[in-house]
Ligand binder design. Sequence first.
Ligand code: SF4
Ligand code: SF4
Ligand code: SF4
Length: 316
Amino acid sequence: MEAYTKKIREAAQRLLAEKKVDGVIGFRQGTIPMMSEPVFIRHVDQVNQLVWNSFCGVNLANYLVKRKDRVAVVAKGCDSRNIVLQIQENQFQRQQIYILGAPCHGMVDRRKVWAFLQGREPVQVTENGSQLQVSGKGFDEVLPRQEFLQENCRICTHRNPVLYDELLGEEVPEQSDVDRYEDVRRVEAMTPEERWRHFEDLLAPCIRCYACRNACPMCYCPTCFVDESRPQWVGKTLDATDTRTFHLLRAFHLAGRCTDCGACERACPMNIPVRQLTKKLEKDVKALYGYEAGLVVEGRPPLDTYRPDDPQDFIK
Ligand code: SF4
Ligand code: SF4
Ligand code: SF4
């Protein structure tokens, strides 16, 4: 992690000094432990703010949409896939973005650490290889980092950036022995009544804050359907039907576009596992079209194209 920090700072210094970019988007230490926050660096004298650690889970591709300037951005495997999708969707030109690719070891879920601490407040969290050292008033804990990873990182199969201008370190081995869809299959096996109840319970705590939408690099419509008033597609209350409509429509808008980066789930203040919806669509798109979102710039995503010889009549 320290090695990445050094390389990010060196690259930022060089790119800004040579005027190759107008700014660098990376992370700086947050004000509380386990909260690294996005930062936009414009001057060489600011580069020492940049850091890299296991708490850089925010997807920085979220800050690239409709940019007009040239920027460098630090990108994990998932972030780089979102950048590929944004290029496919004409959100900016490839040459505007200098990608500092970060082969990724997975991001730590601060909520899992908080749960382990059972109310004890962490004052300092540092990393030492595969261990997290967590200390606070009257305690000092050493935790195995691997057991505290975000759920999406635990099953991630694309940890290495798929598109980059320079890599910050050696490529990491990809995980091949993970079951990405165990939870989806469990829901698929339910009866319709059980499934209805499952989603009713899943979405009941939602407060419609839209943090999940705002954190998602693929949710960038100028006016989201939930904010439209003429016509008003969906009510703005906490009525259960409105809440479900929001979640189901948002999920369908992500079909063939979601990279399972986990930013939505990470942002949710109510700890709702919203990825359950997008993962079902990811599974179906993979089964129906053999397609995984954001792996290559070339070609078109399956829901963004058609074949004149499509065997079904509706297309003609
Ligand atoms: S989803 Fe993959 S690439 Fe993204 S942070 Fe997790 S392990 Fe890294
Ligand atoms: S829906 Fe969630 S997991 Fe999928 S791309 Fe958006 S933020 Fe990432
Ligand atoms: S972030 Fe959580 S609470 Fe907020 S709208 Fe999304 S699912 Fe609902």
